[in-house]
Design a protein around this ligand. Structure first.
Ligand SMILES: Cc1ncc(COP(=O)(O)O)c(C=O)c1O
Length: 378
């Protein structure tokens, strides 16, 4: 049995409808939204519009036009941070961020933006009062991940959103680990900017993702070029999504993303979470008590997502992952997971960790097989 437990990086396999949508788009549609005076262009534009609508529905976004497509969550985060922050501004983030937020903030620091990273506990827990204490007169943004890709910890997003709203500070959420896997309500959570990957919990192909921009938030453009409309002015259109979507989009990927989001809506985010967390709980239970093995992150299951990172005394995570892969055909991810800050917070910056991330298509049998493989290696 081949077991894929790297869904936190990119989900696989995809629902059958996603494969079909991409194939059908490439063979039968082919054109680019806004570029062409023919039925293929109309069909392509219709698919993109439908994708914006289902994404807005999934996240309770006020306006589908605020759904801007990008290649991944990283681009969406860069678009938001660099479109909003100016020299002299202050931004608050957490100590468990992925490099997708951390590195652009470090780049912005070079340009005169001040950054406060609020410290999380070793299991990733963040106290909202510490975020409030970090607010200054010049705080222009709170930018954080929803859940850690290393620890699985879910941050208190509703409380942080309420806090941001109270202080009239925009709130950017990196939903890389939660989009499609945990309920997100932009209105109820006071999220102004939501960055999401298409290729993880929304089951789209690689090269899909987006930024959902709440009406009233204006971002400076970070890429300029053709917008397929309002071509005479020398600046990008004011209106979304065209303002932030210069150049030809990944239209085939977006067709696949549409099918992926429809799958999520059909299954229901809550149901997906129930399945993924049952597998997560089982894996933790089966590994519990193994000498030298430590599970990172919160012990309380409702506080986490379907990510199980472990350290195993005396073993190098990369080597362990290689044996799991080559001998047992179990796919995991070892190392720092592009999130050295999270590992520093957890005390595993030197060692790294081995991460199992189950998804909707994994089975109970696969989890048993994985745990048996781990124990037999030990
Ligand atoms: C928390 C978090 N943020 C951002 C990203 C970046 O996502 P993408 O690869 O779509 O740019 C990831 C990817 O693993 C992630 O886990």
């Amino acid at each position: 049995m081949s077991v894929y437990l790297d869904n936190a990086a990119t989900s696989w396999p995809k629902p059958e409808a996603v494969y079909q949508a991409v194939d059908q788009f490439m063979r039968e549609v082919g054109a680019t939204p806004g570029r062409g005076g023919h039925w293929r262009e109309e069909k392509s534009a219709h698919i993109a519009d439908q994708a914006r609508s289902v994404i807005a529905e999934l996240f309770h976004a006020p306006d589908p036009a605020g759904v801007v497509f990008t290649l991944n969550a990283t681009q969406a985060i860069n678009m938001a941070l660099k479109g909003l922050l100016q020299p002299g501004d202050h931004v608050i983030t957490s100590s468990i961020e992925h490099n997708a937020i951390w590195r652009p903030l470090k780049a912005l620091e070079q340009r005169g933006v001040t950054v406060t990273a609020v410290s999380c506990a070793a299991d990733g827990a963040l106290a909202t009062k510490d975020v409030e204490a970090a607010i200054r007169a010049e705080t222009r943004l709170i930018a954080m991940l929803h859940a850690s890709n290393v620890l699985g910890t879910i941050l208190p997003v509703t409380e942080i959103g309420a806090l941001a709203h109270k202080h009239s500070i925009p709130f950017l959420l990196d939903a890389a680990q939660t989009a499609g896997a945990y309920p997100i309500d932009m209105a109820a959570m006071n999220i102004d900017l939501l960055a999401f990957p298409g290729h993880k919990g929304l089951f789209g192909p690689h090269g899909t993702g987006g930024l959902v921009v709440r009406p009233g938030i204006t971002l400076e453009t970070w890429v300029e070029g053709g917008s397929g409309m309002e071509s005479v002015p020398e600046t990008m259109p004011e209106t979304l999504p065209a303002r932030l979507e210069a150049g030809t989009q990944n239209a085939a990927g977006i067709a696949g993303l549409l099918a992926g989001v429809r799958f999520v809506l059909e299954q229901g985010v809550e149901q997906i979470r129930v399945h993924e967390m049952a597998l997560t709980a089982l894996l933790i239970e089966l590994l519990h008590g193994t000498p030298g093995l430590t599970v990172l992150g919160p012990t309380d299951l409702p506080q986490r997502t379907a990510v199980v990172s472990v350290t195993i005394g005396g073993y190098v995570p990369d080597q362990f992952a290689a044996v799991l892969d080559q001998v047992y055909d179990v796919a995991t991810r070892a190392g720092l997971h592009c999130a050295p800050q999270a590992h520093r917070t957890a005390g595993t910056l030197e060692s790294g960790a081995l991460r199992f991330s189950p998804g909707i298509f994994n089975t109970v049998d696969e989890i048993h097989e994985t745990a048996e493989a781990v124990l037999s290696i030990l």
